[in-house]
Every structure is written in C-alpha cells, then in structure tokens.
Design a protein around this ligand. Structure first.
Ligand SMILES: Nc1ncnc2c1ncn2[C@@H]1O[C@H](COP(=O)(O)OP(=O)(O)O)[C@@H](O)[C@H]1O
Ligand SMILES: N[C@@H](CCC(=O)OP(=O)(O)O)C(=O)O
Length: 380
C-alpha cells in the first residue's frame, strides 16, 4: 500500500491509503422519508471499488432516525430526544442489516461501530475505539460508524455526523475524508439562491471568508452546511484532506474526478481532546484573564491558575468547557475544574493563599489544567 499521506489534490484521492466516507440522511432516503435501497447499494458499490483499489475504507453513515420513521408509523423526524433515541434504535438495526447485505454482495464484511462523544474525549475510551477500528481494518472489514443515538444525552452528543466523521478521521488517522451530501459542493451562498457559485478549492481558512453557510439542514439532515464546513476545518487542521460533494458523485469523487470542493490539509495531528475542545465542545462560560495569564496559557502552554483570572461569566459546572479571553480577545478554550459558583471567591488569589484557606483534604487544582487547554485566536 502507498505510504500514508494526505492527498494534495483530487487526482491523489484514489491513492490515499485510508479514507473515511460520510453519508448524510438526505442522501440515503427517498422523498417518502424511507431508506432508499438503490442509493445505499450504489454507495456500497463505490466503496467496494475503493477497496478493490487497495484502499482501506471507514463509512460514517447517518440514516438511523430516517430508517426508523416508517416502521414506527411516524409522520416526520421526531423533535424530542426520547422519541429520536427510540426511532434511532429501531432504524439503526434496519440500516445495518441493509449495509451487511449490500457489502456481502461484494464479498466484503461490514461491522457496526456506535460511538458517543466520550469515546473520543476520554483518553481510555479513545484508545479502545482506536484499537477496535484498527483491528477491523486489518481484518479487511468495513466499519460502519454512527453516533450511539440511543444512549447519547443532549449534553454530550455530537448531534450531527459531520463532526463525528472528522473525529473518526482523527481516530483512524485517515488521509482523506469524503463528505457526501445532497449538494455537489460548497457554494458561496445558499445553493437555492440564484447566482450562488460552487467553490472548487479551499486552501486555507481565509478562503472561507465571506461565504454564507446555514446551519439548517433539510427535513431529514441535521447540521446543514455549517457542520460540514466545521468538520472540514477540524479534519484539515489535523492533517486530513477533505472532499465535499454529492452522494450521486461518490464514484467520480473517489476515482479522483474534478468534482465538489477540495479542502487541502493544512495542519498536523493534535491530541483528540484538543481537537474536540477547539472545534466541537459546547461553551458554557467565559473567563477573563490578565495579560500574564493569557501569555502563560498560550505561549507557555501552562495551566491557568486562579491568580490570573479577573472575571467569570456564565453558569457552568466543574468539567464544563469555557472560553478564556485575554486583554485583546479570545486566547483559548479549556475545561474548568471549578464551577461558576465556586470561582468568584478564588479570583486573583495565589495557590498558597487558596491552599491555606482550603480544607486539608481538598487539593487546590489549577482552574484549567494544561492538558485540558486548546489555544485559539491571535495571542498564540
Ligand atoms: N453555502 C452553502 N453551500 C452548499 N450548501 C448549503 C450552503 N448553505 C446551506 N446549504 C444547505 O446544506 C444542505 C446540506 O445539509 P444537510 O441537509 O444537513 O445534509 P446531510 O443530510 O447530507 O448532512 C444542502 O441541501 C444545502 O441546501
Ligand atoms: N445519528 C443520526 C444522524 C444525525 C445526522 O447527522 O444526520 P445528517 O445531517 O443527515 O448527517 C442518525 O443516524 O439518524
């Protein structure tokens, strides 16, 4: 197999050693909202061709909720969490049965892999998921990944499979990520608006300036174009090239044709936790830092101590993600070890003062440990 490196252009894509392909609900369902078997089988044929070329393939497939709507007699995609969870657990089994049958026609095995946000955020879970996926790939099986919708709670869920696909690309160290949807690429405005034009290449985040993307998906889709662009940025910043196009063009895309929008890989892999913090985590509050603290967390990559915090905003618990602002703007995101109720009494106090005031059994921790920090913004 070709040595692993991100493709630098579309023509390189058929030579990428390991590819993650993500397909959205809208591309797998017909107008009646039911699974479109022909679309599913056509996609599997394309993935089997990639396998025949010697590429390893991981499929991230939405469609569990869509597949559950018909059998449960529902009129539309459920809005409340409990019904969405129930619908996904009915649909996921049906979806997977179709994939297993379709891959078997090409002599390929398929494996269901259901992930939650914890599986990429927590170090031990991450190592576990990584090991299982590696073994599946070396066994020649095609992993079919979806979010574990039945157990994912509102607080800790990806909610959209685009960012799950970017994190899966990190998990398997993919060279390329192919995002398949119902439009043929990224446009500079909503594709339904007359005059919107396809953007063929995105070479750096600056190329995205001025582009209008909406977070609203179609009736069955979830994140719209916004989560796809976020996923593309997560993946490219971590050394994975991205091609965004329509599911109808999956065959051409994987064969290296001039279709869709190609996002060049811009960065190198960072730890998964940092990736999550920087791009996917929900922000619950904000800490204002003095200049010294802002410099310490960005340049020195040091833990944030209470002494350098001047103000606390928001309502958050210990373990929630907060944004850290220096005198000239956003500098980092991090996991706060203290709640917004406990922090105000600690501000500006040195660790020695806090230790003297604390209960002897209670260790004084940094407010944000350096392992839980993702530098962002300009003061890096
Ligand atoms: N700038 C844009 N370029 C392309 N598509 C866009 C843009 N802004 C919004 N969209 C919409 O995003 C939709 C795709 O998102 P979504 O429905 O969530 O798909 P999926 O089910 O494949 O995840 C497209 O149908 C399109 O109408
Ligand atoms: N996990 C959900 C997918 C949610 C989702 O992201 O959908 P989509 O926007 O169509 O990729 C399901 O299988 O229904």
């Amino acid at each position: 197999m070709t040595p692993s490196h991100p493709p630098t252009s579309r023509t390189d894509l058929p030579h990428a050693a390991r590819v993650v392909v993500k397909v959205g609900s809208t591309s797998l369902t017909g107008p009646d909202g039911r699974l479109d078997m022909a679309a599913l089988r056509a996609l599997v044929t394309v993935l089997a061709q990639a396998r025949a070329r010697g590429q390893q393939v991981v499929l991230v497939s939405s469609g569990a909720i869509a597949a559950g709507i018909g059998p449960l007699g529902l009129a539309a995609k459920p809005r409340d969490l409990a019904t969405a969870q129930a619908t996904a657990s009915v649909g996921q089994g049906l979806l997977m049965a179709q994939y297993s049958a379709a891959f078997a026609e090409h002599g390929l095995g398929a494996a269901q892999v259901l992930l939650t946000a914890d599986d990429v955020m927590r170090r031990r879970h991450y190592a576990n998921a990584h090991r299982a996926l590696e073994r599946l790939l070396t066994l020649g099986v095609v992993p079919v990944v979806n979010e574990n919708d039945t157990v994912a709670t509102d607080e800790i869920r990806f909610g959209d499979n685009d960012r799950l696909a970017a994190l899966t690309s990190h998990l398997v160290r993919a060279d390329a990520l192919v995002l398949l949807t119902d439009v043929d690429g990224l446009y500079d405005g909503p594709p339904s608006r007359a005059g919107s034009r396809l953007i063929p290449d995105v070479r750096s985040p600056a190329d995205l300036a001025g582009i209008e993307v909406t977070g609203r998906g179609s009736a069955l889709g979830t994140g719209g174009m916004l989560t796809k662009v976020q996923a593309a940025q997560m993946a490219t910043a971590n050394g994975t090239a991205v091609l965004l196009t329509s599911a109808r063009r999956a065959g051409e895309a994987l064969a290296g044709a001039e279709v869709g929008t190609f996002f060049t890989a811009t960065g190198r892999r960072s730890p998964a936790r940092r990736l999550w913090l920087a791009h996917a985590a929900e922000i619950r509050g904000r800490l204002q830092l003095d200049a010294g603290a802002a410099h310490a967390v960005t340049s020195g990559k040091r833990s944030l101590l209470a002494a350098g915090i001047t103000a606390v905003d928001g309502d958050f618990e210990a373990g929630d993600v907060v944004e850290l602002f220096g005198p000239s703007g956003l500098v980092a995101r991090g996991v706060s070890a203290y709640s917004s109720r406990d922090l105000p009494a600690m501000l500006g106090r040195s660790s020695d003062e806090l230790r003297a005031a604390a209960h002897p059994d209670e260790p004084v921790r940094p407010v944000v440990h350096r392992d839980d920090l993702a530098p962002m913004g300009t003061e890096q």
